[in-house]
Design a protein. Structure first.
Length: 266
């Protein structure tokens, strides 16, 4: 497995890097550090700085890697790369061209090199990435149970077989038990959800069904009241996913749950 961890050298992104290292150690995965930079193209003089900036950023990234190498226990040498361009776009492009299986990134961060936060950059990565993304808040909520994950399901079918295979392997390797949190807007549980639960198999430890037309608040409240170490969601660009992540206020409130969120591609 290959894990990509984009950083912008902020405390938030370095916090996510520690999470990625620990996760990589548990999964026996190879870690790839990544950052992006931009150079204004308006003048030839600034354009000539491109190579110098890339060299400086690569040196900084190398220093970060050297500082954490002793934490990597897999025996697999970590990689590091720098690309010029829009952060969200190049992160997605890199993941597609380097056989990345999982992206782990911080939910907040700021800096002149790139912005890694649960906003425009992370939204672009989540929207366009063909692999799962784990968003790491800073700091994490205390008392989380890393052997428990909550997968949130709505009333729609999950068609992406890759997401099922990835999730199955992920939870098997980490010995995680899944709690299914199913929000319905009527009294009937449809066949789509039952099929999804059957595909998740023996790793499902509990199923909680809530009848509530406000899917967003139901998921948020359950996350707040849970000690699960990971919230798992299916990307729904045109349904509750949009309401949950595209609105600024909702994004801020969800980030305050301080629980890692895995977004599976649909």
């Amino acid at each position: 497995m290959n894990i990509l961890c984009p950083i912008d050298f902020s405390n938030h992104s370095l916090y996510a890097l520690d999470y990625a290292i620990n996760l990589g150690n548990a999964l026996g995965a190879k870690l790839h550090l990544f950052t992006a930079y931009s150079v204004p193209k308006s003048t030839g003089r600034l354009r000539s700085l491109d190579n110098e900036i890339k060299k400086a950023v690569l040196e900084d990234l190398s220093d970060v890697l050297m500082s954490v190498e002793n934490k990597i226990t897999t025996g697999i040498k970590a990689g590091h790369s720098v690309m010029e361009g829009n952060s969200g776009r190049v992160i997605s492009e890199f993941s597609k061209t380097h056989d990345i299986d999982l992206i782990v990134m911080g939910t907040q961060g700021k800096g002149s090199i790139s912005n890694i936060f649960m906003g425009s950059v992370a939204k672009k990565v989540v929207d366009y990435a063909e692999v799962p993304v784990i968003a790491i808040p800073f700091p994490l909520k205390d008392g989380l149970d890393n052997k428990k994950a909550i997968i949130n399901l709505d009333e729609k079918e999950v068609k992406n077989e890759y997401s099922f295979r990835f999730l199955h392997n992920f939870i098997q390797k980490l010995d995680i038990k899944l709690e299914v949190f199913h929000v319905v807007t009527d009294e009937n549980q449809n066949d789509y959800v039952q099929n999804t639960i059957e595909k998740l198999g023996q790793n499902v430890s509990d199923i909680v069904t809530v009848n509530n037309p406000d899917i967003t608040n139901s998921i948020r409240e359950n996350a707040e009241n849970s000690n699960g170490g990971l919230i798992i969601m299916i990307r729904r660009p045109h349904s509750f996913w949009s309401r949950l992540f595209m609105d600024t206020n909702t994004t801020t409130e969800l980030a305050m749950t301080r629980i890692p969120i895995m977004i599976l591609p649909e």
